[in-house]
Design a protein. Structure first.
Length: 106
């Protein structure tokens, strides 16, 4: 069985596994940083063995490799009022950070 972890970043929770690529909300990363450690680990599991934190597991972290930044697909917001000739169309693209999960440390 492969191990997994539930991490919290950007007010969202992600289920991560080693050697998987995840896309999370943009992180403030120093230049020339190749590895990032996510330390807000909520739970770690491997088969039937599951450890759950209250709210976080002390000393647990997920080590990831920084792969760069991308932008999500465009989301269109459209407001329309009938018979008023009033229309408002706006688009938004969120910046995302792409990470490769290397290992889960407990």
């Amino acid at each position: 069985m492969s191990s997994y972890a539930i991490v919290e970043t950007g007010s969202k929770q992600y289920r991560v596994e080693p050697k998987k690529i995840i896309e999370i909300e943009r992180l403030a990363i120093p230049e020339n940083a190749s590895e990032i450690a996510l330390d807000r680990v909520l739970a770690v599991g491997s088969g039937d063995n599951v450890q759950i934190g209250t709210p976080y597991l002390p000393g647990a972290k997920v080590v990831c490799e920084y792969l760069g930044e991308i932008r999500s697909p465009k989301v269109i917001s459209l407001k329309y009022r009938r018979r008023k000739a009033s229309r408002r169309k706006r688009g938004h693209r969120q910046y995302l950070t792409r990470l490769l999960v290397k290992e889960i440390k407990i």
